[in-house]
Design a protein around this ligand. Sequence first.
Ligand SMILES: [Zn+2]
Length: 377
Amino acid sequence: MKKVSKIIINPQNGPKYPVIIGKNIIRDSINSWIVDTKSVERTFVVICDSLIENLYGKEVKRFLEKEVRGKVFLFSFDGGEENKTRETKKMLENLMLSSGCGRDTVVLGLGGGISTDLAGFLAATYMRGVDYLSLPTSLLAMVDATVGGKTGVNTQQGKNLIGCFYQPKEVIVDISFLDTLSLREKKNGFAEMVKHGIIADSEYFSFLREHTEELFSGEEETLFHSVERSILIKGAIVEEDTLERGKRKILNFGHTIGHALEKAGHWTIDHGRAVAYGMVVEAWIAEEYGFVDEVFTLELEKILKALGLLKKIDRLDHRELFSSLKMDKKNSNGELIMALPKDFGEMYFGEGSYGKRVKRELVYTSLEKLWKHCLSW
Ligand SMILES: [Zn+2]
């Protein structure tokens, strides 16, 4: 496959930037960025976790050392959500400061969403903001985290509660990284891809439904097309609503319930699985309001099952679930507001908003339905 795709994202709060998608394109893409922006004298800092450091980080550093005349650093941290913190950010900032990294530094975030969120946030605040290049290595980061400019860290109270919007100068999506990615990790991306189909593109949803086996086996053309499609969808939504005031809410489909499950499950449920359960529960809620019919939810269930995202889940404590729902920063005034589906490729819009106020009792009974219904998965 020699195909390379370039998608331009044009956010409302910053200059436009390209997302380059292809296979084995890291070197060429970084190289042309350096040439185009005349950055050969600048300092480069690669940020990744210790696993990615050995897999790809050292290689990227060696490559950069050949290409630029400025200093090149590789700083790593222990991976995992529990380390996506202000403390880790501080540790990396101290390394950069003591290494003499100045305002001309280019930060490269290499890794999954944890690394790119952290590296992006670090780039956003280091000396009031330095250039940032995003190099996602996981399917989830490729189709979700690296488009939209959200950066941040977790705290005791929840995920991504401290952060900011900061747009990268370029995103390089090299799907060859997926060759070494575990199926479990890939599934996290599958869930977001299905979500993109539901919220904005019924044709894409059908494509995914017809290619579940190819997705599972990692077939290149299917992955390329899906990644490209998802980035186009997310890019278009983000362009329309960069600061998450309106339309961007629809990207939250499956995530209101999904995040609560993740938190109440003490982060033992993978993000993709949690979002898959979330999408089913939220589709049931949409059914109750008459937005979608039973066939819709059954189709959704079918594809999520085929992608290995739905299996039996132990009942979680409802008190804990509801306290997490209250903490959802997307809800104002403590009300439960959800983005609900209306059809394949279409989300509910009413009273001037993509968010529907949902009664607590309905959330309660829909969760009860999940504990019972999941026994058949
Ligand atoms: Zn997500």
